[in-house]
Structure formats: C-alpha cells, structure tokens
Write a protein that binds this ligand. Structure first.
Ligand SMILES: CC(C)(COP(=O)(O)OP(=O)(O)OC[C@H]1O[C@@H](n2cnc3c(N)ncnc32)[C@H](O)[C@@H]1OP(=O)(O)O)[C@@H](O)C(=O)NCCC(=O)NCCS
Length: 145
C-alpha cells in the first residue's frame, strides 16, 4: 500500500469505502466532512492506495485516516480499511504514518473516538498502544449538515 494525501478525485471512492466500513451516519455528510478537511491541514488526510502495478484495482483507495493537530492534541478520524483488505496490517501502517506526521508537528498525544457499539475495533487500537482515557466524550453540533 502506498500512503499519500487525499486528492479531490478520491472523493467518491473514499465515501464508498466509508459506507462499506459502516462509518457514515445520517447526521454527517461525508462529502462536507471531506470539503471541510481540505481547508485545514489537508496534508494530514491520508489515503492508502493499492500499489499493485498490474492488478485490477491498482491505484484505488483502500484505506483512510483523517488526522489533525489542534495545538494540544492530535485527532484521527475516519480510520478505515476496505473489508476485503482488513487483517493485512494496512490499518496499522496508516496509523503509524499519522503518528509520524503528528509527532513531526510536535503533537504530544493522539486521541481517537470510538463510537458506542463499535467495540470490535478496541483490540485494534489497544494493539497499537492506545488505552482508555477515562474521559466521557461530549459534543455540540455547531453547523447542521
Ligand atoms: C479497524 C480497522 C481500521 C483495522 O484495520 P486492519 O488493517 O484490519 O488492521 P491491521 O491488520 O492493521 O491490525 C493491526 C494489528 O491489530 C490487530 N487487530 C486488528 N483488529 C483487532 C481486534 N479487533 N482485536 C485485537 N487485535 C486486532 C491485528 O491482529 C494486527 O496485529 P499484528 O500487528 O500482530 O499483526 C478495520 O478493521 C476497519 O476499517 N474497520 C471498520 C471501520 C472502523 O470501525 N474504523 C474505526 C473507527 S474508530
């Protein structure tokens, strides 16, 4: 897998990947989420593409991680690997690249949010060295999509 920043032409494939991975929600318009991310640290919106040269699907997005540093914490959203390619350590590679870029910006700690009910990914993050913070996540919507 080759990891590179998101390009506008990835949009439809990336939205399809997120849908396939069950990451989209009715209250989050994924295309608006992408458009907003392209205005802030777009170089931290990572896409993993199949680097097979001849294989069908070569060059297609197969994984994503949308990272950002707010000056205090790094955040990573939309961590996704195509279901057909899960278990090949692609998610770990993508998170390692996000960590490398965030560390380079002086980011001291990464936070991730796991939706209630998505318990099956807990093992993945714990495997990568993440542990529970003991904090309760609260949010307040400012712009309705
Ligand atoms: C979570 C997800 C990104 C993991 O990607 P992946 O490429 O399948 O995971 P990897 O193969 O890189 O796994 C890395 C390591 O974690 C381990 N691991 C992965 N999932 C695990 C789990 N549920 N429990 C325990 N260990 C797990 C792997 O065995 C691997 O171990 P290794 O380093 O010894 O080989 C992928 O399953 C996914 O896209 N899920 C759906 C979307 C989602 O829920 N995203 C998270 C939103 S918070």
């Amino acid at each position: 897998m080759l990891i590179r920043p998101f390009l506008e032409e990835d949009t439809e494939a990336v939205v399809a990947l997120w849908e396939e991975c069950g990451l989209t929600r009715p209250w989050n318009d994924p295309r608006r989420d992408i458009a907003r991310k392209l205005t802030v640290q777009r170089e931290l919106f990572l896409v993993g593409v199949d680097d097979g040269t001849e294989a069908a699907g070569a060059g297609q997005p197969i994984a994503t991680a949308m990272a950002g540093f707010d000056g205090h914490r790094g955040w990573v959203y939309y961590v996704a690997v195509s279901p057909a390619r899960q278990g090949e350590r692609l998610g770990a590679q993508l998170m390692a690249e996000a960590e490398r870029l965030l560390t380079g910006l002086g980011c001291p700690k990464i936070n991730i949010q796991i939706r209630s009910g998505n318990d099956r990914v807990i093992g993945f993050y714990e495997h990568l060295g993440f542990s529970p913070d003991g904090a309760l996540g609260y949010g307040k919507r400012l712009i309705a999509d």
